[in-house]
Each structure stands twice: as structure tokens, then as C-alpha cells.
Design a protein around this ligand. Structure first.
Ligand SMILES: Cc1ncc(COP(=O)(O)O)c(C=O)c1O
Length: 377
């Protein structure tokens, strides 16, 4: 039996909604399904406004424009993240400043942030790794005291909470992903959640190629024109139609993932005493079962487990190569302090297959992972 790492699946009426979008005669963005998705997401996240984008990458790039990042401005973020968090800053001429992560959640270590602040610091971009939120109380408090923006990279965190509030509701802005590897998907897709009402109108302009097209459609101006920088950050209606089919089934999708996540978590408990670290969920957080990862005692053991699982037809990858050690990271960014947790843990982390309706593939993955761990440790 083959077990892929991910297998995107239909959850409900995605194809019906695509057909409906076609029959409505608007395939460009900002039609009925975009509106529905935005309203649904804003209600779930508790944001002032949500704008669909064609990716989380696009939402992060919009955020960097919205906070007026200037050449040489610094943004504090973990090195243990996806390239888009840093690229959004670099594209504005800014400098990502990497700090280390906490060993329990793999999120930015909030206690290292203040030491990284300089007169050029403009923002903090925390990510919520595996859908477990960073320590947002402390991060928000530091940001307030130093007058910094907070942009949450919530790519993985739709449906997660911290102290009862949704991920994506803490920062001035938050970016979500609906890439096919995420919980709620549209192939490629994303959203920018806006919690600072003062940023909404400019966000609409930036997303529409720097024009005031939205105001024109609302009848607020009699013609639309180029008023600011911008790009084409919005998705077409077919993507939004698919996404709405998924959003309608959010609870079912999350429950299904949580069942698989918990099966891994329970089955792997016995290896705790043998040096295998399972995900750690702080008591004040709830998570969305976005991914299941383990941290092996050594790089060699991780590589051995990957090879053995591969021979069993099971695809278990790892990520991320720390950005500070990547060629572009060395060129465009700087570090603050030692990044030893980032360096060590990234070499030992392994992700296990997790996707909707795993069925017998989950049984097989659990059986083979536990078998090999027992042999290897
Ligand atoms: C933390 C993080 N940020 C940003 C992204 C980029 O998302 P997208 O593929 O929607 O642009 C990802 C994608 O995996 C991610 O994990």
C-alpha cells in the first residue's frame, strides 16, 4: 500500500459551486463566491475584514506594502519558516532578522525578540507552526511597547486558538494559506485578515493593482484610476467557488484531521522515553491538526526512518531548511543571537502523512512507523 504525504480531496459542493460560478457569468475575482468566502472567514477569525488572495505568499506581500516597509527596515521572524515570510520583506527592500525558536512548539522564542529590536525594526512576523499559535500575548505586548506592527503568518493555522481567540485575530494583519497541503484548500489560495480597520481601504487598493476599483463598484467614485502601488493579488471566482465548498465543511475536515492526528499521537507515546519528541500543545492553545511531526534523537535516525518508510511506500518528508543558512538568507537577512534550536531541531524533525479520509492508509502508516522506530531506537 502506498501512502502519499498529502492527497487533496473534495469535501462537499466544490464542483457544484464551480458550475454555479460559471453560470453566473463572472470568472474574474470578487464575485459572489469571493464575497461568501470573505464573510465566512471574517466571522471565523473575528477580523474586521478578510480579503481573498491567490496565495498566502500574496497576502504576506500585501502586508509588507500595507505596513509601509521601507528600504533597510527590519522585520523580526523565525528562521524556521517558509521562504514567503522572508521574501515578502526582502521584496520591499527590508531585512528579515531571524531569532531562534522554542524547542516545544517550534515557534519564535518570544523571549528573544526584544534583544533583536533596533531603531530600524518595523514589525514582528510570528508564524504559527503546525497550527499551534506563537505566544501572542507577549508578542503583542512587546510590539505595543516598541510601536511595531505584528503580521501573523497564519498559513497553517485556520481554526486554531490562543486563549480562546482565533489565530489571525492578534496581529494588525494575518496571512492564511489554502494551498493543497493545508486543511482548507483551493489548490493555490490565501487570504489577508485585517484587524486594524485603518488598513482596509488601502488593502483593497493594493490588491486591485493599485486602483480604487472597489470604491468605483461601490459608487463612491465615478471612475476608477491608479492611486497607489499594487499588484493583482486576488484569485478568480473558480478558486473562490472551490474554497467555499471547503469552508462549508470546515468542521468535518478539522474533525477528520484531528482523529488522524490523535491516532499518531497516541501510538507514538511509547517512544517518548526513547527520545522521540511529539508535538507539544500549550494548555492555552487549541490547534487544528494541520500536521503531525516528530523530532527524532538524531539526524541519522531521521534519515534512516525516512528511507525505511520510503521502502514501505510511505512518503514522510521534512521541512524547513532554516532560512538563515540558505543562500538568499545569507544574502538578504541577518540573525540575532544563536539559532541553535533552529539548527538542531530542523535536522531531526519529520512530518508524517496526514490528509483527509486516510482510512487504511493511516493504519498502515502507524504500523510501519512504530515498527521501524522500535527497531531503530
Ligand atoms: C508558514 C508558511 N508561510 C507561508 C506559506 C506560503 O503559502 P502559499 O503556498 O499559500 O503561498 C506557507 C506554505 O506552506 C507556510 O507554511
Amino acid at each position: 500500500m502506498k501512502v502519499p504525504f498529502n492527497r487533496p480531496a473534495l469535501a462537499g459542493k466544490e464542483l457544484d459551486f464551480i458550475r454555479e460560478a460559471v453560470s453566473l457569468g463572472q470568472l474574474a475575482g470578487d464575485g459572489k463566491f469571493t464575497e461568501r468566502c470573505q464573510a465566512s472567514l471574517a466571522a471565523k477569525i473575528g477580523s474586521e475584514a478578510v480579503l481573498l488572495t491567490h496565495s498566502c505568499t500574496a497576502a504576506l506581500e500585501m502586508a509588507a506594502i500595507l505596513i509601509d516597509l521601507q528600504h533597510g527596515d527590519e522585520v523580526i521572524m523565525p528562521s524556521y519558516t517558509f521562504v514567503s515570510t522572508a521574501n515578502a520583506v526582502v521584496l520591499r527592500g527590508g531585512v528579515p532578522v531571524f531569532v531562534d525558536i522554542r524547542p516545544d512548539t517550534m515557534n519564535i522564542d518570544e523571549n528573544l525578540i526584544e534583544a533583536a529590536i533596533t531603531s530600524r525594526t518595523k514589525a514582528i512576523f510570528p508564524i504559527h507552526y503546525a497550527g499551534v499559535t506563537a505566544e501572542m500575548d507577549r508578542i503583542s505586548e512587546i510590539a505595543r511597547r516598541h510601536n511595531l506592527y505584528v503580521v501573523e503568518d497564519a498559513a497553517q493555522a485556520l481554526g486554531s486558538t490562543y486563549k480562546g481567540k482565533a489565530a489571525g485575530s492578534f496581529g494588525h494583519l494575518a496571512a492564511f494559506s489554502f494551498h493543497e497541503t493545508k486543511n482548507i484548500i483551493s489548490g493555490e489560495g490565501g487570504a489577508l485578515a485585517i484587524n486594524d480597520a485603518a488598513l482596509i481601504e488601502r488593502a483593497e487598493i493594493i490588491r486591485e493593482k493599485g486602483t480604487n476599483r472597489k470604491r468605483f463598484f461601490r459608487g463612491q467614485v465615478d471612475k476608477y484610476t491608479w492611486v497607489d502601488v499594487g499588484s493583482s493579488f486576488l484569485p478568480g471566482e473558480l478558486i473562490a467557488a472551490f474554497l467555499y465548498g471547503q469552508l462549508e465543511k470546515l468542521d468535518e475536515i478539522q474533525n477528520d484531521r484531528m482523529t488522524s492526528w490523535s491516532r499518531y499521537h497516541d501510538a507514538l507515546e511509547i517512544f517518548h522515553n526513547r527520545g522521540v519528541q511529539r508535538p507539544s500543545i500549550p494548555p492555552k492553545s487549541t490547534h487544528n491538526a494541520h500536521l503531525y511531526h516528530i523530532i527524532l534523537p538524531t539526524l541519522e535516525l531521521r534519515q534512516a526512518l525516512i528511507s525505511r518508510l520510503k521502502m514501505d511506500g510511505i512518503n514522510a518528508p521534512f521541512h524547513y531548511v532554516p532560512l538563515h543558512s540558505a543562500p538568499a538568507g545569507r544574502q538578504f537577512a541577518r540573525t540575532s543571537g544563536e539559532l541553535s534550536n533552529t539548527e538542531q531541531l530542523s535536522q531531526r524533525l519529520l512530518r508524517l502523512p496526514l490528509f483527509p479520509q486516510m482510512g487504511a492508509q493511516l493504519d498502515h502508516a502507524i504500523e510501519r512507523v512504530t515498527y521501524h522506530l522500535d527497531q531503530l531506537l
